[in-house]
Unconditional design. Structure first.
Length: 144
């Protein structure tokens, strides 16, 4: 097999395993798999200092308005997300992941994240940059 194609297959295997862990997390916490993706999107928005609006979440998840609202309602009922008024524009509602949801995610995914960080630790900055470039290109290929 072509070595490049082997890398693509390895990336696919990683994404499949990650998806399985997401499904396990969802089932263990009474969530739909879309709810886990929604939490990830909201946490990513917070890390990027982006306003986490209903519209942003719907776009990132590829859901219509009704589907987005249903996911938010489920997460709110479970106590994982809260709707808050934007302090800069009181007409706009922002979504915030509650600390309890962050804790649940850290408890479940923390060991795997720690293992990944351990695998990256011995790599040189140049090697990490190569991985970053490849993963960025993979992300762009699938989000185009």
């Amino acid at each position: 097999m072509d070595d490049n194609l082997g890398l693509v297959h390895l990336l696919r295997a990683v994404t499949v395993e990650f998806g399985l862990r997401q499904a396990e997390f969802a089932a263990a916490n009474g969530m739909h798999p879309t709810d886990v993706r929604a939490l990830i999107c909201l946490l990513d928005a917070a890390r990027a200092d982006e306003p986490a609006t209903v519209g942003l979440l719907g776009t990132r998840l590829g859901l219509n308005s009704a589907g987005t609202t249903a996911a938010i309602d489920r997460l709110e009922r479970l106590g994982h997300v809260e709707r808050v008024r934007d302090p800069l524009d009181r007409r706009r509602v922002l979504l915030r992941v509650r600390p309890e949801a962050v804790r649940l995610g850290q408890e479940f995914f923390g060991p795997a994240i720690d293992a990944l960080l351990g695998a990256l630790a011995p790599l040189s900055p140049a090697e990490r940059d190569t991985i970053r470039r490849f993963l960025t290109a993979a992300h762009e290929a699938f989000s185009a």
